[in-house]
Design a binder for this molecule. Structure first.
Ligand code: GLU
Length: 485
């Protein structure tokens, strides 16, 4: 049973698209708030927009929350004290509450269309009985004069002059409620004590507070979270990230605004949660890493900054990279494997064998910031590199002398039948000692020849994994085909 003092919050997404980072951040803070102080979290699906609400979007919301470990106490798949947690199934309740306002004389019928708003119309003073019976009439809330003030847990006191709020519609001509009304009725009937949501809803708040007052109900405590802005400027929106300047090498890169993308590209939920929490919250120290349990333990509303936060791709990757490095090798292999298979194909990976994979993948634990990066970074084990940039060729000091050294070295390594890491190390060491050259002198061109890049894990491991024959083929090809520049 719901007791009077029980803290109840809600996350109320509209299933009209993918799960946006900003929404999930709202869900996270609702979750942290109830988990840290006790109480219940309700998941309410605000699906009154029939045209735009979809099953698929609902699935994305539920899957996204589950992926991140943000669990709700009441709502879809759980049930609870409410008859339904889908707003579209609550219309009768909304109408019942609208009737209370109508009966109390706090509304009026209006059949003005288009732009003639309530500021110009005179419906208030017209024959209400006649308007009530007109099929085009809507029910408008008669805004009282005065000042509406909220004491927001994040933004402090905010005042609104009621004159700035027009008499808004609560029931449309088809008898369906509008958003601001449905939300208030649902929050009242679900016993919501704290509304924690994005700053973009702040302008709705005075309208909602006035409705609470008109219904004679104490409004919930409000907390408006700062928006997450795009480093490209403006809101973090899909449309915005589609801009041409949003390229992976740009300083302000934003790959996606939907949480699904991060899941599909190999971000760890614990890193993603940590990043989102730290984006607008701190515990007063410069501590960066918090597990979900630590966040619950340390969370307080006071730690939320009211200023908008900037989405930061580099920081998010940095978090994820840190979490990846802290995984056990076994979990790293398990998590990384699906991305590895996706990139190279099951057949190719199977052909290499389990042992080979479990030697190769751990070499990349320090080298990927998210799992989807494994594909590009390991491409050269499956495909011979044939393109080399002039910059790399210069950097490895490719000249005739180096070419001769490599030729000689090839003869040397050819002679070794066994291509183990130890053998490779001793052969290369012996060779460079004998020639009185630095290791890098041949290591760098060999690395470039076999991988097409200048950055790989330790060369002995790489050569061991590529195998003797293939290494020799690649180095030979490089010697014969890459010109000195
Ligand atoms: N359904 C609204 C949205 O998705 C949220 C309503 C609220 O939190 O009050 O933006």
């Amino acid at each position: 049973m719901m007791t009077e003092r029980e803290i109840r919050v809600r996350f109320a997404p509209s299933p009209t698209g993918q799960l946006h980072i900003g929404s999930v951040r709202t869900a996270l803070f609702n979750y942290l708030f109830v988990k840290s102080g006790g109480g219940k979290m309700v998941l309410r699906i605000e699906d009154t927009d029939e045209q735009r609400s979809t099953e698929e979007s609902l699935r994305t919301i539920i899957d996204g929350l589950r992926w991140l470990g943000i669990d709700w106490d009441e709502g879809p798949e759980k049930g609870g004290i409410a008859e339904s947690y889908y707003q579209s199934e609550r219309v009768e309740i909304h109408r019942e509450y609208a009737q209370k306002l109508i009966d109390a004389g706090k509304t009026y019928y209006c059949d003005c269309t288009g732009d003639e708003g309530p500021t110009t119309c005179n419906c208030k003073n017209k024959d209400q009985e006649a308007l009530k019976n007109s099929p085009n009439s809507v029910v408008r809330f008669n805004i009282p004069d005065g000042i509406t003030e909220i004491d927001d847990l994040i933004r402090g006191k905010v005042k609104f002059n009621n004159l700035d709020i027009k008499d808004f519609v609560i029931l449309k001509s088809n008898g369906n409620p509008v958003y601001n009304f449905a939300v208030v009725v649902d929050d009242i009937t679900m016993g919501i004590t704290h509304v924690i949501r994005g700053d973009d809803h702040l302008s709705n708040t005075p309208k909602q507070i006035l409705l609470y007052k008109a219904l004679g109900v104490e409004p919930p405590i409000m907390a408006h979270l700062p928006l997450i802005l795009s480093p490209l400027g403006g809101k973090l929106s899909k449309r915005q990230i589609a801009k041409p300047q949003n390229t992976p090498d740009s300083q302000n890169y934003v790959p996606a605004v939907n949480v699904e993308w991060y899941c599909e590209n190999g971000f760890l939920p614990e890193a993603f949660v940590n990043y989102l929490a730290r984006l607008c919250w701190s515990n007063g120290t410069d501590e960066e890493f918090f597990t979900l349990d630590e966040l619950i333990e340390k969370f307080s509303m006071k730690g939320i900054s009211p200023t908008a936060a900037l989405y930061d791709w580099k920081k998010l990757k940095w978090y994820n990279g840190n979490y990846i490095r802290n995984l056990s090798v076994e979990r790293f292999i398990d998590e990384c494997m699906p991305f590895f298979i996706k990139a190279h194909g099951k057949e190719a990976v199977d052909e290499k064998g389990e042992e080979w994979c479990s030697k190769l993948l751990p070499l990349y634990q320090e080298r990927v910031e998210y799992f989807a990066e494994i594909g590009d970074k390991t491409k050269f084990y499956f495909e011979r590199p044939v393109e080399f940039t002039p910059k790399d060729i210069k950097k490895v000091k490719w000249n005739d002398e180096t070419r001769d050294l490599l030729k000689e070295f090839l003869l040397d390594i050819c002679a070794k039948s066994d291509f183990t890491v130890e053998n490779l190390e001793s052969t290369i060491n012996q060779f460079t000692e004998q020639k009185e050259i630095k290791l890098g002198r041949i290591m760098q061109p060999i690395r470039l020849a076999v991988s097409g890049t200048r950055a790989t894990p330790g060369l002995y491991d790489v050569l061991n994994l590529i195998g003797k024959e293939e290494t020799i083929e690649r180095v030979k090809w490089f010697i014969d085909n890459v010109d000195v520049i």
